[in-house]
Design a binder for this molecule. Structure first.
Ligand SMILES: *Cc1c(COP(=O)(O)O)cnc(C)c1O
Length: 471
């Protein structure tokens, strides 16, 4: 794209476009990068840069960019039936076929799906559905949902209320009542003075303590991401999920596993719940469901909840204009068929995940890196001051600097405070993983040089960033 067009788009963007999760003023001063096209794991910008997209867009382009089959599925559906709703006793093949496919891939006790347009809408649906379920069960007091600090469940009022992002809670007035948050199993950030094993059990014990404090008779559900994504690719200690499962088994409380990121192969299984052996009652999904090609989400509903909702009779007063949108559903179905036919999920589990784990761990020897962790194709680097073993002063924005350095080197990583995260397309090759790791190392070197230049005074704050959450 030529310079005048780039300049024009950048000026118009500044004049008219309010970006999500963005400091409008700062972006106005800096100007946006204009992404023009993409193929495989690479995006291209208007200035001619080719950039390895180690975030798969926003954790969603699982099948990579430029898949003709998905474009063809959309075109064909747009020509036959671009839109129709499922409200008034109607349905259509794409929604039905996608529902069947999802239930075939999901754990055996899940046989129904409620479609939405996004992950946030899926979690709004979850909140209404679990409360309605308990009312139908004759236990209308079971209303409280237990969620976790630093969780991400979306940006609608219900999504942000379920989420545990303090900066989001601080804006836009009170959230939805009846949602409480407990500690997250973030060992590097909050538990480093214990063993991971002990810390994982401690976080699970916090769930039991909260249930006892609230009274089991008042608690509807516990919601959690199998691996926290936006919070910083937080992989819980191995002791965490088994202990949480044991707590939930003791009390009559629904488990909601938010699979919006972990679903569709990210952890090397179709769903993150399968990696951890969870048997969730509800699984909100979105993102990788369509590899991000078109917006679609949903809630996979286990038999226990579905049977009550169905048997009770009476209308569930909930749904969206785009619930089960035929074009989005057709693309999602084709996406799942391709993931399956190409053995993508198994390759993540057996080959690419272990390969990334080995290569990514090699970054742990870098002087800025306190921990390099990964599972399947999600990973994080925890930056710290090796001299003191402490986090850097927040005001140095070391993570943000490293993210910018990474972009400049041709690699999209994302920063959450001083945690750098990756979640590449699942079709990445071993060679591209080598390239990713090499670019990440260069970005770390650039960041180290920046700190050594001492441009901003570099001191470790000595204080943990527990609970800090930025997008
Ligand atoms: C992105 C995300 C959501 C919200 O999905 P949207 O499609 O952005 O509304 C919900 N839960 C998790 C775990 C997510 O990562």
């Amino acid at each position: 794209m030529n310079r005048p067009v780039t300049d024009e788009l950048r000026a118009l963007d500044r004049a008219h476009h309010l970006h999500p999760f963005t400091d409008f003023k700062a972006l106005g001063e800096e100007g946006s990068r204009i992404v023009t096209h993409a193929e495989g794991v690479y995006i291209h910008d208007s200035e001619g840069n080719r950039i390895l997209d180690a975030m798969a867009g926003l954790w969603c382009v699982n099948l990579g960019y430029g898949r003709e089959e998905l474009a063809a599925a959309a075109t064909e559906q747009l020509r036959t039936l671009p839109y129709y709703n499922n409200f008034f006793k109607t349905t259509h093949a794409p929604a039905v076929r996608l529902a069947e496919k999802l239930c075939a891939l999901a754990p055996a006790h899940i046989n129904r799906v409620f479609f939405t347009g996004s992950g946030s809408e899926a979690n709004d649906t979850v909140l209404r559905m679990v409360r309605h379920y308990w009312a139908l069960e004759g236990k209308p007091d079971k209303q409280v949902v237990i969620a976790r600090e630093n969780a991400y469940h979306g940006s609608t009022i219900a999504g942000m209320s379920l989420g545990g992002m303090a900066p989001m809670h601080a804006q836009g007035g009170p959230g939805v009542p009846g949602i409480v948050h407990i500690a997250q199993p973030y060992w590097f950030g909050e538990g480093r003075d214990r063993t991971p094993e002990a810390f994982g059990r401690e976080c699970a014990a916090a769930l039991e303590a909260k249930i006892l404090e609230l009274g089991e008779e008042n608690v509807a559900a516990f919601i959690a991401e199998p691996v926290q994504g936006a919070g910083g690719a937080i992989i819980p200690p191995p002791s965490y999920w088994p202990a949480v499962k044991a707590v939930l088994a003791k009390y009559d409380i629904l488990l909601v596993a938010d699979e919006v990121i972990c679903g569709f192969g990210r952890l090397g299984e179709w769903f993150g719940s399968q990696h951890y052996g969870l048997e969730p009652d509800l699984m909100p999904i979105a993102k990788g469901l369509s590899s991000g090609y078109l917006p679609i989400g949903g809630v996979l509903v286990g038999d226990r909840v579905a049977e009550t909702l169905i048997e009770a009779g009476g209308e569930f007063f909930h749904g969206f204009t785009y619930s089960g949108h035929p074009t989005c559903a057709a693309v999602a179905l084709k996406n799942l068929e391709l993931l399956e036919a190409e053995g993508v999920v198994e390759r993540v589990r057996d080959d690419l995940g272990p390969y990334l784990a080995e290569r990514w761990a090699s970054l742990a020897t870098h002087p800025l890196v306190g921990e390099a962790r990964s599972l399947g194709l999600i990973g994080a680097l925890e930056l710290f001051d090796a001299a003191s073993g402490e986090r850097f002063d927040k005001t140095l924005a070391v993570g943000g600097h490293c993210r910018d350095a990474s972009f400049a080197r041709g690699l999209v990583m994302r920063s959450v405070g001083d945690t750098l995260i990756i979640s590449p397309p699942l079709v990445i090759t071993r060679e591209q993983i080598d390239e990713l790791v090499s670019l990440a190392r260069q970005a770390l070197d650039d960041t180290l040089a920046y700190l050594q230049r001492g441009a901003p005074e570099c001191r470790a704050s000595g204080q943990r960033l527990s609970g800090e959450t930025t997008s």
